[in-house]
Ligand binder design. Structure first.
Ligand code: FAD
Length: 412
């Protein structure tokens, strides 16, 4: 796609930052501009619902690199700046400050935004979400002095948030429309274990409960009403009901989108001068074969953002390879660490592998290993990543046998 003197990256999050850093590492010598609408230097989001929320790390500790890294590597970071349009014909983007920025190659790394709760009262003061450092700062202040915290959605972020609140002795109730925690992502066995961990820590749950309204008092949230007519006191409501990809910019430029910006195995869009990476893309993956949505997925994880950033930088510097990294993910909930390798579909079979400390659940789709959920079992997680990378499987019987040597199979 022609000489590459200028690369522009839209979105200065985990994926955009990684692409910039990896491009320089691979020797890209042209102009490199990282445009991000947030004010902060690129930072990590995972601690926002964990150590940062708990006050165990500060804003500096979140940064992916200190400021000097960007000048030293000639990465022009335009903070507080939004890309408002793409002109693919003339190869430039338009910025919120009215400027234009020309590119030879454009990388879209726009991430996702939180899904809004579509009920009356969702805009009351005291109704919050957690995505950015600004959200986390606001929440850190808001949890001081509240009496009843209600979390809507028992996904990873909602549960991590609830665990931090419970550890501080705060009253927290989690309302979930499904019948179990993390229902989209993990097996019933893992859901059950985490429900018990949280209940022991003092978190209350309400399952099968859709929210119909948030009721206010003097403009502030006071209670939350559920489908079955219950009303729960709530002076802080934290909504964690999933995300939507930031794909409008791509769609308005005529690029294909469908729950994510569509890319091929090389992370290229239908325009060879435009690529896309991270939470905002839907891409083909062998790990998604046999899933209900077909063999294309959109993945929200640090691993995927980092590995796609690296893969794309390699292609743009002359070492093209299809993206084939094993998906993996972690979630810290109170003292428990959940690690997931692979991609499970809701209908995948589960086999519990009980061991000394913690446990793992091995998931199988059409008889083949699809994913492994490990709870306080880092060795199982690492073995699972190796097995999946090598497309090796084991039988459900082997997985269930505590005497079966997993490590030998993984490293053999
Ligand atoms: P993001 O990091 O979201 O970055 C996208 C950036 O693009 C944003 O800063 C956005 O403002 C900017 N942007 C969007 N549109 C424009 C535009 N038009 N112009 C300029 N800028 C724009 N993952 C894990 O693997 N493990 C965890 O434990 C974990 N915990 C998490 C906890 C929280 C609270 C959150 C919110 C996420 C967590 N994640 C976790 C997910 C992980 O953070 C994301 O998968 C990762 O950040 C994705 O990187 P990204 O670069 O694709 O998107």
């Amino acid at each position: 796609s022609g000489p590459m003197d200028a690369v522009v990256i839209v979105g200065a999050g985990q994926a955009g930052f990684q692409a910039a850093a990896s491009l320089r590492e691979a020797g890209f010598a042209g102009r490199l501009t990282l445009v991000g609408e947030e004010a902060a230097l690129p930072y990590q989001r995972p601690p926002l619902s964990k150590a940062y929320l708990a006050g165990k790390t500060d804003a500096r500790g979140l940064l992916l690199r200190q400021e000097s890294f960007f000048s030293e590597h000639r990465i022009d970071h335009l903070s507080g700046t939004r890309v408002t349009a793409i002109d693919r014909e003339d190869r430039h983007v338009r910025l919120s400050d009215g400027e234009r920025l020309a590119y030879d190659h454009l990388i879209l790394a726009t991430g996702t935004r939180n899904r809004a709760l579509p009920v009356p009262g969702a805009d009351l003061a005291g109704v919050r979400q957690l995505r950015s450092i600004d959200d986390a700062d606001a929440l850190r202040g808001a949890i001081e002095g509240v009496r009843h915290i209600v979390v809507v959605g028992a996904g990873f972020i909602g549960l991590e948030f609830a665990a931090v609140c419970a550890a501080r002795g705060l009253s927290v109730t989690v309302i979930e429309a499904a019948e179990r925690v993390m229902a989209r992502a993990v097996s019933p066995e893992t859901s059950q274990a985490f429900r018990a961990f949280h209940e022991e820590a003092g978190v209350r749950f309400l399952f099968g409960a859709g929210v119909t309204a948030i009721e206010g008092e003097g403009g502030r949230a006071a209670a939350i009403r559920t489908v079955d007519g219950q009303s729960l006191p709530a002076d802080l409501v934290v909504v964690g009901i999933g995300v939507v990809p930031n794909q409008e910019l791509a769609a308005e430029a005529g690029l294909a989108v469908r729950d994510g910006i569509e890319v091929d195995a090389f992370l290229a869009t239908s325009d060879p001068a435009v690529s896309a990476i991270g939470d905002c893309v839907r891409f083909p993956s062998r790990f998604a074969a046999g899933m209900p949505g077909g063999d294309r997925v959109r993945i929200e994880s640090v691993q995927n953002a980092v590995d796609q950033g690296r893969c794309l930088a390699a292609r743009l510097t002359g070492r093209p390879a299809a993206y084939d990294a094993v998906p993996w993910f972690w979630s810290d909930q109170g003292p428990r660490k959940l690690q997931i390798a692979g991609l499970a579909a809701p209908g995948d079979a589960s086999v519990l592998r009980p061991t000394g400390a913690g446990f793992s659940v091995f998931r199988f789709r059409e008889g083949r290993l699809s994913a492994v959920e490990s709870v306080d079992r880092p060795a199982d997680h690492m073995a699972a990543r190796r097995l999946l990378a090598a497309a090796k499987s084991l039988s459900p019987e082997q997985a269930a046998d505590p005497g079966f040597d997993l490590k030998a199979l993984a490293t053999g």
